[in-house]
Design a protein around this ligand. Sequence first.
Ligand SMILES: [Zn+2]
Length: 83
Amino acid sequence: MRKCVGCNVSRPQKELVRLACADGRVFVDRDGKAPGRGVYLCPDASCVKKAKKKNALQRSFGVAIDAGKLEELLKEVEDNGKT
Ligand SMILES: [Zn+2]
């Protein structure tokens, strides 16, 4: 079980989208296999919104993410839930 950084609910890993960070750059880890620390989010608009409000990704990874890039990442997380 992994905890979503948006809603703080634990869910099976396959129901969540993993984000990873390499060289200070955050990306959506579609295969869930990228090395390093992972942060999990439900592919759900309300969780994405919560994560954004809390700066959850920046805080979890300890890196700055510019606003445009963050939008892009979060949109990708949301889109994952639609497929
Ligand atoms: Zn969530």
